[in-house]
Ligand binder design. Structure first.
Ligand code: FAD
Ligand code: MLT
Ligand code: ZN
Length: 476
């Protein structure tokens, strides 16, 4: 029996001919890449676990370029893989076979910024960190932040509905994205690039494309509501002994920090071991079972400092936390944040990583890690837990020296059944891509998946956009 994550057979799309290449070279001179060396990195995902064999990479600059590409590919029945920064973690960002890669890397212009409303409009290929730098100069920030900020693009963020480290404070992209411009499979341009906070004129079509992983259209521009840059930011790194204490600290923190709380993240002692071993990052406090990263963002350093001080005093005197350190200056804050942000990177040095991104009722999130450790015994090299506590989002990661079907068979479907038994989600923020598509039924009813498939058929009748991704191979 083949593994449900494995790719199905190649669907009967056309293959690229010299005539096709002539067409692409005519509309994208110098931006139609066929050199295998240049194509290599676009064919492999960030985790280096999925590899396609595309022979063509197209680098459009404008919406009109994308429209011409898709109109042509749709007519010729050529499959297309939209690609942003290629930091996706579920095998959605690279071709499975020979799909044409359409990269947004050159679509990196900021189109407008309104410094009164804080609304930014930009092309889809803008790198998240560049947007943050642009906004910081204007006293604003992006409403999202991820460890992949240096490479991921806003179009990729929207297409995966990325969550990240600030969701607790600013909410999901379903709320902050105000408008999208999308090129549909047949080349039509859907201009929903509104910059209005309120607009109840009919169905909110942009929501369909947020999190649709390039299967319904190519996002070419985004308008997004940005918060003011906080005048005071503090980062706290705390350690505690039990997950119960960690949850109590979260409750205390919400109560005492209130509106200035902007992140509440965690990692366990196994993550700390990997950070120490593989990245030589020293533990900033004494050894504990669990570590918490708390960020506050506010407008008054004195007020925020006082609140934080009172919270820390209470957390220490009530013995919820054992140790901790605070950063007010930027460089120390960055160092503390890297203990959380670089766990993903540390894991890649530990071996083959089996990655799970689970939403659960917050009081259950660590139980899954404990149960998985017990269930796997000595089959796995490392079993680690970290994630976005404030959002009820656990990142359960397991490693083995090399990819091992026996380890995989021990993890799946155990992890998915466990999640479904708590009415959790088998993908909280990374999407389904290639790897998770066939597990959708653990989190969505049959009728919902059937409706998704109808929407896909309506918007992309030939199925050329990111085939083999997101939707399951067979409808139930
Ligand atoms: P890609 O990886 O290039 O593509 C992702 C998906 O979107 C693919 O299916 C692709 O086909 C599609 N796509 C890309 N651009 C477009 C477009 N313009 N139009 C239509 N479809 C498109 N994710 C989180 O949610 N939270 C995190 O905290 C987080 N942290 C991360 C940390 C690290 C170190 C890494 C490596 C990844 C992390 N991720 C996280 C996952 C990943 O970064 C996000 O999913 C990110 O949003 C992907 O953006 P990208 O530009 O790299 O997209
Ligand atoms: C994170 O929160 O660090 C990211 O989602 C990446 C990961 O899950 O490893
Ligand atoms: Zn995450």
């Amino acid at each position: 029996k083949s593994c449900p994550a494995a790719a199905p057979g190649r669907l009967p799309f056309s293959t690229v001919t010299p005539d096709d290449l002539d067409f692409f070279r005519k509309i994208l001179p110098g931006r139609t890449i066929t050199d295998p060396d240049l194509l290599q990195s676009s064919n492999v995902d960030w985790l280096k676990t999925v590899k396609g064999s595309s022979e063509v990479l197209l680098r459009p600059r404008t919406t009109e370029d994308v429209s011409q590409i898709l109109r042509y590919c749709n007519r010729r029945n050529l499959a297309v893989n939209p690609q942003g920064g290629n930091t996706g973690l579920v095998g959605g960002s690279v071709p499975v076979y020979d799909e044409i890669i359409v990269s947004t890397a050159l679509m990196n212009n900021i189109l407008s910024f309104d410094s009164v409303s804080g609304i930014l409009t930009c092309q889809a290929g803008c790198v998240l960190e560049n947007l943050t730098l642009y906004l910081e100069e204007r006293d604003y920030i992006m409403p999202l932040d991820l460890g992949a900020k240096g490479s991921c693009q806003i179009g990729g963020n929207v297409s995966t509905n990325a969550g990240g480290l600030r969701l607790l404070r600013y909410g999901s992209l379903h709320g902050t994205v105000l408008g999208l411009e999308v090129v549909l499979a047949d080349g039509r341009v859907l201009d929903c690039l509104s910059t209005l906070r309120k607009d109840n004129t009919g169905y909110d079509l942009k929501q369909l494309f947020i999190g649709s992983e390039g299967t319904l259209g190519v996002i070419t521009a985004v308008s997004i509501l940005c918060p003011r840059k906080p005048k005071s930011v503090n980062v706290v790194f705390l350690g505690c002994e039990t997950f119960e204490q960690l949850l109590q600290t979260f409750q205390l923190c919400r109560g005492m920090l209130g509106e200035i709380l902007s992140a509440f993240e965690f990692l366990d002692s196994e993550c700390m071991r990997l950070l120490n071993t593989h990245l030589k990052l020293p533990n900033p406090i004494s050894d504990c079972h669990f570590y918490i990263v708390i960020e506050t963002s506010g407008s008054d350093p004195r007020h925020d400092g006082e609140k934080l001080h009172n919270f820390l005093e209470e957390a220490m005197t009530s013995s919820l936390v054992n140790d901790g350190t605070v950063a007010t200056e930027e460089s120390k804050a960055k160092t503390l944040w890297s203990m959380r942000e670089r766990v993903t990177e540390a894991l890649t040095h530990d071996g083959y990583t089996y990655k799970y991104d689970i939403s659960l009722p917050v009081d259950r999130i660590y139980q899954l890690v404990t149960d998985m450790r017990e269930h796997l015994g000595d089959k796995a090299k490392s079993v680690v837990g970290y994630g976005h506590v404030g959002d009820g989002n656990l990142h359960l990661n397991i490693t083995s020296p090399t990819k091992d079907p026996e380890v995989l068979a021990a993890i799946e479907p155990f992890v998915y059944e466990w999640t479904a038994s708590c009415q959790g989600s088998i993908s909280a923020e990374h999407g389904l891509g290639l790897k998770k598509r066939n597990y959708i039924y653990y989190s969505k009813p049959r009728q919902a998946v059937a409706l998704m498939s109808d929407i896909k058929a309506m918007l992309d009748p030939k199925g050329i956009l990111n085939p083999y991704k997101t939707l399951p191979d067979n409808l139930k």
